[in-house]
Design a protein around this ligand. Structure first.
Ligand SMILES: [Zn+2]
Length: 507
């Protein structure tokens, strides 16, 4: 489909450029994937599914508190895309990380995969976290959420509506009244989301195969299921109105023992693989802790004695607290590590240090630190975003724009990239010496803001931004001082159409 919002398929080759070593998928062994259903979906159905996915994503973005940290996003996205690539050619539409302490993961129709930060913090390893996501990827690949059949369409729509309401309810931090209000919708969601037993068993079975092929340990699945089951029973009263993985995917004893016996058929990971996963999980766990402001100074300093991830998080925390001498002391310790050990922490070490420098307004140094990493890992979205931010602050907004544009082309729903593009263009407008360059930058800043608003389900605001952009472009064209107004105007007209289509879409 040639639509402006078509999501590009990322290839496994592109994913392999990340730095945590090459996780070669283990051989498929004796197990074969079950036949994949629904590969022959009609174009009309595919298009409907795509619209539904975009609508779900826009509404989830508009209602729920997200964890936007680019390094956390990159790390979980890499894992998710790697597993997805084992069973589907098409990349998921998007990954959303929800800033919420309850344990949950979900897959929405159209390929939006979501996971709560609570799931990351409850897991004990990369493989446990992978098991929940693998289960969701399996639901998507087996098309448990999709159906062209009319009689099932209504049930599907109830699922999405209910899911959005439920997620919104869970995002209402401590606001019991709102949670109760949402409670009835949540109940609807729970009954309609409860998949059939055969679907759940299939998602477990396919999920474990996906894990194995992507280089994760399927034995982690029954282990994490048991933990979740236990925790959900302990918190049943508090969680009454909260959706959770356990509530939407009931974990019967039968299911637990089924996954347990199935997991034993897989060989354990090599020691090397285990160590690599553990090291990455240590970084992820503490980054989530510190970004979500869950960690106190005491817990960070205590953990930093044994955990390098906690030590990095502590350096970030010192930066945030403006305790720059303490942060520098830690950086000196990191610099004393052997080159190999330091390399294993990259690019997070450089990212964290650049954040400490940014807090002090040392933008040129932040640029230098990030540029060295970005040259090594040009495909990484996180480095592009951090570097672009530092470049804009350092009065190099044009270079920032060059880094950001490929991101929005690859992933039109990338709100972080749109916001950064907007900031870069506002800076260009402010500092430009020619008035036509300044005008174009002002118009583009408005256009980029409209994309952020579109993907946030703020359709009216997006239309307002575009109307302003259109008026400026028309004024430019009338004064005929620039030939670039005409194509710009054509773009804006198309963008207004796109926003209106999204606004009028009813699932
Ligand atoms: Zn499930």
């Amino acid at each position: 489909m040639t639509n402006a919002h078509t999501t590009k398929v990322s290839t496994p080759a592109a994913l392999a450029t990340t730095n945590y070593g090459s996780w070669q998928p283990s051989r498929a062994q004796e197990l074969k994937l079950p036949s994949l259903q629904g590969q022959g979906l009609s174009f009309a159905d595919q298009y409907q599914t795509k619209l539904l996915g975009e609508w779900s994503l826009q509404n989830i973005n508009g209602r729920i508190k997200m964890e936007h940290d680019p390094w956390i996003q990159e790390t979980i996205k890499d894992m998710t895309w790697r597993m997805n690539a084992q069973v589907r050619q098409q990349a998921p539409l998007a990954l959303v990380i929800i800033d919420n302490p309850s344990i949950n993961a979900f897959a929405a129709p159209g390929g939006v995969i979501g996971v709560n930060t609570g799931t990351i913090l409850a897991a004990n390893s990369m493989d446990e976290l992978a098991s929940v996501i693998a289960h969701e990827v399996a639901h998507v690949s087996q098309r448990h959420y999709e159906s062209g059949a009319d009689e099932r369409k209504k049930a599907l729509l109830m699922q999405i509506g209910g899911m959005l309401a439920a997620i919104a309810a869970s995002a209402v931090d401590g606001d019991a009244a709102a949670a109760v209000m949402m409670g009835s919708q949540t109940a609807t969601m729970n009954s309609s989301m409860a998949f059939s037993r055969s679907n759940e068993r299939e998602a477990d079975r396919v999920g474990m195969q996906i894990m194995n092929q992507a280089g994760y340990d399927p034995r982690a699945m029954p282990r994490f299921f048991a933990t979740m089951n236990q925790k959900s029973q302990l918190n049943q009263v508090e969680n009454q109105f909260l959706p959770s993985f356990v509530r939407s995917h009931p974990l019967s004893n039968e299911r637990l023992s089924d996954t347990q016996s199935r997991a034993q058929r897989y060989p354990p990971l090599s020691l090397n693989q285990q160590q690599r996963h553990q090291a990455l999980f240590d970084l992820l766990y503490w980054r989530v802790q510190v970004m979500g402001q869950h960690a106190s100074e005491t817990s960070l300093t205590t953990a930093a004695k044994n955990s390098i991830g906690a030590k990095l998080a502590l350096m970030y925390w010192y930066g945030e607290q403006q305790r720059f001498d303490d942060a520098e002391t830690l950086m000196t310790e990191f610099q004393r590590l052997t080159a190999a050990k330091r390399q294993a922490l990259e690019p997070l070490l450089s990212i964290t240090y650049s954040q400490v420098l940014s807090e002090q307004g040392k933008w040129q140094q932040a640029v230098d630190v990030l540029q060295a990493q970005q040259r090594l890992y040009p495909e990484r979205r996180d480095l592009r975003l951090y570097l672009a931010e530092a470049l804009t602050q350092n009065n190099q907004p044009t270079q920032a724009q060059t880094l950001l544009k490929p991101l929005t082309q690859q992933q039109p729903s990338d709100r972080y990239a749109w916001q950064s593009l907007q900031l870069a263009n506002e800076k260009i407008a402010k500092t430009a010496t020619s008035s036509s360059v300044a005008d174009i930058a002002t118009i583009n800043a408005l256009r980029y803001r409209s994309y952020d608003q579109l993907w946030n389900a703020r359709y009216e605001s997006a239309l307002t931004s575009l109307t302003q952009a259109k008026q400026l472009a028309e004024k430019m064209q009338a004064s005929t001082q620039s030939s670039s107004a005409r194509p710009l105007l054509a773009n804006i007209v198309q963008e207004i159409k796109n926003v209106k289509t999204a606004k009028d879409y009813k699932p």
